[in-house]
Design a protein around this ligand. Structure first.
Ligand code: AMP
Length: 615
């Protein structure tokens, strides 16, 4: 029997916690639940009849936030204040996204470092986590409005190719939005679950999930065996989707009408009509429209011809995914279609003919991932007992890193057995030891979590800071015993310890730790951001100091004076504990030093070319 509670905000009776499924997409996001009466997953619909919320965030001059369709309306009016595709930035450093920077019409901070990217709007800086959190807050608000209950628990989906940092960032975004993220699941896994694939015990299946959205394409090959999904391979193109079809049509028309491709306004208009034509052709054989008083037409055949090269690229990706998975085409038991662009008939036909199989396409391809997340949520809520529930870790496990931050290696609800390794390095020149402190809990600062064990890795040979590579490995065996080991990869020095994570914790304690993490989510993430900004700023001060003392001969007095002045301002900002201010002044110091740093580096490079020694 579940608890009965009354929601004070709405006056409604809340019988049990509802866990929602959320598809946090690159272009659109949505929420789904499993209906209590029919046991079927449904996407939540607002009074406007819409289930999809565009994943777009707009900030006005006073930093008021709007999300979804109202934000989408601002895309053309205030491009520098309207953020789309924040998902592409999740868990990435500027180096990771530098090649794609041209794609964004807003300002992605380019300090060309390994630190995580941020977006600058006016004098404020936002992390992709904060941006995604704004979208999740909106989804939470919508769900609460529709269901008339508080929503505090969710399952969120991510692409199968997301790495650890990107998954952790998604989890943090959820927490910041006041959601306890019970599990992060792969989008293709969710899509399969929505169709009930892998729902039964003893079922073994190999599934291909073909996901063609507005801007991205991926295909995944999964196996499901006894309720355990495993992604064997993924392939795709993060810049291929329905938008490219629209562009192909627009280019064709622009040639026909004699509109130059650099006429931005006209091309924009063409693209909007092109998308309408494409959608029309999913159901009809021909399209007729009008652009600036001129008639445009498009037959289904011509459209098929225009998009064929794009579809060919997706089929090549399917071949590669099969090859990487080591699976022959005829061993695929089911093909699942995901993403709005799979509504295009020729896409469907091409996929069917490639796999020589009918495809699963009965569910709405825009909703199928969220529906599957809802099915997973239902299993976690213990309502769906037909499906398997795997053994999982109740709380996150991690180690202490700079500034007393908790670095999670195994997030809570990860299945066991499990193994993960991550590399760390030293902060001081010649540092010969490293303390590995293992913690359990959901808070961002280790002091608020539970310490499980601690050991020292000693005997690291003297090297400059940042050079040693210390790999920390967490291994949980099937009995829930955690073994933590650390190894310096250059020298081979190693050390390890056994920990029993759950020992001594009652269910109530676990619950309290989870609740604490939710209550403190906002302040925790604020603290984390501040600690990270300060650490980065301190490193910047350190590097700059070293640089100017080493190259003082090559710098003018003015340059040194300007640098010293900005260093003092930055040091003061660190004391002031205002994250945005610290980031702003770090940027500023970067701007002051960049010109001469580049000059000195270029000089050194030239000397090196001449065969001189570079220091
Ligand atoms: P998604 O990213 O999954 O939301 O997919 C959105 C993409 O699906 C956009 O490129 C849409 O133009 C496309 N789309 C939506 N409906 C249709 C349709 N009926 N026919 C063809 N493409 C569509």
């Amino acid at each position: 029997m579940g608890k009965v509670a009354i929601n004070i905000a709405t006056g409604s009776l809340q019988t049990e916690d509802i866990i929602v499924g959320i598809d946090l997409g690159t272009t659109n996001s949505l929420v789904a639940i499993v209906r209590e009466d029919s046991q079927q997953p449904i996407a939540l619909k607002e009074t406007d009849g819409l289930t999809l919320v565009p994943s777009i965030v707009h900030f006005d001059e006073y930093n008021n936030i709007t999300v979804g369709n109202p934000a989408k309306d601002m895309l053309l009016k205030q491009p520098e204040r309207t953020i789309y595709s924040a998902k592409r930035l999740m868990g990435k450093s500027y180096k990771d996204v530098s090649k794609e920077a041209g794609f964004f019409s807003y300002n992605v901070i380019d300090d060309d470092t390994d630190s995580l990217v941020k977006v600058q709007i006016g004098d404020k800086f936002y992390s992709p986590i904060e941006l995604s959190s704004a979208i999740l807050s909106e989804l939470k608000k919508r769900a609460e409005h529709i269901l008339k209950v508080n929503i505090s628990k969710a399952v969120i989906t991510v692409p199968a190719y997301f790495n650890d940092a990107q998954r952790q960032a998604t989890r943090d975004a959820g927490r910041l939005a006041g959601l306890d993220v019970l599990r992060i699941i792969n989008e293709p896994t969710a899509a399969s679950l929505a169709y009930g694939l892998g729902a039964k015990a003893n079922e073994e299946k190999t599934i291909a999930v073909y996901d063609l959205g507005g801007g991205t394409f991926d295909v995944s090959i999964l196996t499901i065996s006894n309720g355990i999904f495993e992604v064997l391979s993924t392939n795709g193109d993060t810049y291929l989707g329905g938008d490219d079809m629209d562009r192909a049509i627009a280019n064709y028309w622009s040639e026909e009408l004699g509109i130059p491709a650099d006429d931005k306004m006209a091309m924009q208009h063409l693209r909007v009509t092109a998308e309408a034509a494409k959608k029309h052709l999913s159901k009809n054989d021909g399209f007729e429209g009008e652009i600036s008083g001129k008639k445009v037409t498009l037959s289904r055949d011509k459209f098929n011809e225009l998009v064929q090269p794009l579809i060919d690229r997706t089929i090549t990706a399917c071949k590669n995914a099969l090859k990487d998975a080591g699976i022959a085409k005829d061993k695929i038991d089911a093909v699942v279609m995901v993403g709005g662009s799979t509504r295009v008939p020729i896409v469907k036909e091409s996929v069917k003919s490639f796999f020589e199989k009918d495809v699963f396409d009965d569910l709405n391809p825009d909703e199928v991932v969220a529906l599957g997340a809802a099915v997973q949520a239902d299993i976690l809520a213990g309502k769906n007992t037909d499906m398997l529930l795997l053994d999982v870790t109740p709380l996150s496990l991690g180690i202490e890193t700079m500034g007393g931050l908790m670095d999670v290696l195994i997030p809570r609800n990860s299945k066991i057995p499990n193994k993960i390794a991550r590399q760390y390095t030293t902060q001081k020149d010649g540092q010969s030891g490293m303390r590995i402190s293992v913690f359990q809990g959901e808070r961002d600062l280790v002091k608020d979590n539970r310490k499980l064990a601690e050991f020292n890795l000693t005997g690291i040979p003297g090297m400059p800071a940042g050079l040693p590579k210390v790999e920390v490995t967490f291994l949980i065996d099937a009995d829930g015993i955690l073994r933590v080991s650390a190894k310096e990869l250059r020298s081979g020095v190693a050390q390890s310890i056994d920990v029993k994570p759950q020992y001594g914790l009652t269910d109530e304690e676990v619950e309290k730790m989870l609740l604490d993490s939710l209550t403190h989510a906002k302040e925790d993430i604020g603290t984390r951001a501040l600690v990270e900004a300060s650490t980065e700023a301190k490193q910047m001060l350190d590097t700059t100091e070293k640089f100017i003392s080493k190259h003082s001969d090559s710098l003018s007095e003015e340059e040194i004076a300007a640098t010293r002045k900005q260093m003092a301002v930055l040091a003061a900002a660190i004391n002031g504990q205002d994250k945005d201010k610290i980031q702003q002044e770090t940027e500023q110091l970067n701007d002051v030093s960049r010109p001469y740093a580049e000059r000195v580096m270029e000089g050194a490079l030239k000397d090196a070319m001449k065969g001189k020694k570079v220091l």
